[in-house]
Write a protein that binds this ligand. Structure first.
Ligand code: CO8
Length: 373
């Protein structure tokens, strides 16, 4: 068995950014127009008036201040309220694969070895652009990588499930090095007309290279001390979009074909589940969780991360210890913990430990404890 190392990471941030104020202005214009158009029905009690959103609520409830998006024009148009991303001919790289390749190129450059040293590509994210061929195979071809590639979807937990899969392939000799990419166009599956969730998500792509410890730079990267996965079925985060929708056309276009959640229930149920999982995993690895130098948690909600951070460290974590990037990026599903890890992994001495952890729909959760080499 080989030990696995996180050798390098990459991040692609779409150039357009959308603030809470811009998002709310569009939403509130939609609400005003809807209420005006339905004024008589609302007065008669036949239709319920829609309520406006507010930037203050969004910051207080979630910690999110803005998000990066692939297309802003459609999101600030109250008549559209969806991204505008034209179809591309099959001969052109798909949007999702292109974002993944941008992040992967950065990771491979930081790694400093040719892409041909990679034996496998995993595309681990919440929403694939199409059923097949796999986005991962498209990325593999674009980067000139031999071996094999496949897509995997465990919603917001996809990246830690991907790192564990990569580490297991490396450990058993199935691959010398694995590239794992997390392209997320969350704006494509977000209901921008839903006040409860219209502010939650953003678009981004991240990439991680995992390789054998003996092939890795002696003082580069991060030893994977342990990775663990957990799933527990829940209907509280759901998206019923799928290939069987055409077999039930009456459901096409309904709200459940986009992201829907019971946010409060998710909060209440996931915080204890994840906190316990982290503490148990640390215990089994004989790691003192209070000694973790840094946590790179899934970025869904700042209050969730504060609570999990407190339970893990046994005190209030400092901002340096509990990295938050969701103020700028919002929830980017699988990519959130990797953006945090990629942007805030400085200041570590060899032997210092940290935790990458993701959680989300399924429910699903993954913990990856790392040690600076
Ligand atoms: N503006 C003003 N007021 C609002 C708004 C708004 N936009 N929205 C709701 N309110 C009101 C509500 O009506 C409610 O009013 P009242 O008290 O009178 O009933 C009040 O504000 C409080 O509402 P909530 O209880 O809903 O507010 P919370 O404090 O619970 O915050 C959150 C809502 C932010 C959603 C919070 O519950 C949360 O973050 N929960 C955790 C969610 C989470 O982590 N989900 C994980 C999802 S990620 C995943 O795994 C899915 C992957 C798939 C990605 C696909 C891409 C799209």
């Amino acid at each position: 068995m080989h030990h696995a190392v996180i050798a390098a990471t990459g991040l692609y941030t779409p150039p357009q950014s959308l603030s809470n104020e811009e998002l709310v202005e569009t939403f509130n214009t939609y609400v005003a127009r809807h209420n005006e158009a339905n004024a008589d029905a609302i007065a008669a009690g036949a239709v319920e008036a829609l309520q406006p959103s507010s930037p203050e609520f969004i910051v207080k409830a979630s910690g999110i201040r803005s998000r990066h998006v692939v297309d802003k024009s459609g999101l600030i148009d109250p008549e559209l309220m969806r991204p505008v991303i034209p179809e591309r001919p099959n001969e052109e790289i798909s949007v999702l694969a292109e974002m993944a390749v941008n992040a992967a190129n950065q990771a491979i450059a930081a790694w400093g070895k040719p892409a041909s040293h990679i034996d496998a590509v995993l595309c681990a994210c919440s929403n694939m652009q199409r059923a097949y061929p796999a986005i991962a195979i498209e990325v593999q071809q674009a980067l000139g990588i031999d071996g094999f590639a496949f897509d995997m979807n465990v919603a917001c937990s996809s990246a830690t499930f991907g790192i564990k899969t990569a580490a297991d392939y490396v450990a058993t000799g199935s691959a010398r090095a694995v590239l794992m990419v997390n392209p997320e166009i969350c704006s494509g599956h977000l209901n921008f007309r839903d006040r409860d969730s219209h502010f939650i998500f953003g678009d981004v792509a991240t990439a991680v290279v995992v390789e054998r410890a003996e092939d890795a730079d002696e003082h580069g990267g991060w030893d994977i001390l342990g990775s663990r996965l957990k799933t527990v079925f829940s209907n509280n985060i759901r998206n019923n979009f799928g290939f069987l929708n055409r077999a039930a056309p009456e459901g096409i276009g309904k709200a459940d074909k986009l992201f829907v959640q019971e946010g409060r229930k998710v909060f209440r149920e996931v915080v204890p589940m994840v906190s316990e999982m982290i503490l148990e995993h640390a215990h089994d690895l004989t790691l003192d969780p209070h000694g973790l130098k840094r946590m790179w948690l899934h970025q869904a909600n700042i209050n969730m991360n504060d609570m999990i951070g407190r339970k893990v460290l046994g005190r209030d974590p400092t901002p340096e210890e509990n990295v938050i990037i969701l103020d700028e990026y919002a929830n980017t599903s699988s990519a959130g913990s990797i953006i945090a890890f990629h942007t805030a992994n400085q200041g570590f001495a060899p032997g210092d430990t940290g935790l990458i952890c993701s959680f989300g729909a399924g429910y699903s959760a993954g913990t990856v404890f790392v040690r600076k080499r």
